[in-house]
Design a protein. Sequence first.
Length: 256
Amino acid sequence: MAEINFLCVHKDLRAKRLAPVLIKEVTRRVNLHNIWQAVYTAGVTIPTPVTNATYWHRNLNPKKCIDVRFSSLPANTTLSRHLKLQKLPEKPQIPGLRQMTKKDIPFVHKMLNTRLGQHKLQMLFTEQEVEYYFIPREGVINSYIIEDDQQITDFFSFYTLPSSILNHETEKVLKIAYSYYNVSTTNRLKEGMEDMLIIARDLKYDVFNCLDLMDNEKFLEQLKFGKGDGCLHYYLFNWRIGGHALTPKDVAVVLV
């Protein structure tokens, strides 16, 4: 199955029916590789999404987020109190947490595919893809494992996608981390994600975003994520799932 991502049309050329032309050409090229199905996401609703996911946001730099109007100060709350409520621990809490390296690829590959395979719609990786997508690259991808008695038990990752800040005198970029794929075999998903927030904060990220896919719903409210107002719709091309639409927790596909 092909993954369709970042279909972009210049703003001066929109509403001129260029997107269908691009989609037709992408379809032609994919078909040449004998691939006849595709998965993609969109912020707009077209017939017919297989499920709808919601972005949740966790401010890591609340003062800046309020200053650039990414978020607002809650009613009846002072800034100092809000900053105190959003404060995270000084350093990661889980022993054995370290950055992923190439020697971890076989273990991460097996653990990731085993866990993702429990969902109804999942991404399954080869070892080569695990290396390509998850080996840490500064400003692109951050991946961490938890090693207990020389055994890898947990895996966490997030990628970077900054946003431009418009109409602000000093701030020009909002550095945003997006939760990617996370696996915990030790029932420490919440604790591991809290450590990811701490690491992202220390790396000067301003916001940590997360979709309510897979098991993510279990920790979102506990870690003080706020529910966003935008939906991400998941679509399958030339593939019928039948029956009812999937729920977000049925889906283990994160399209960057």
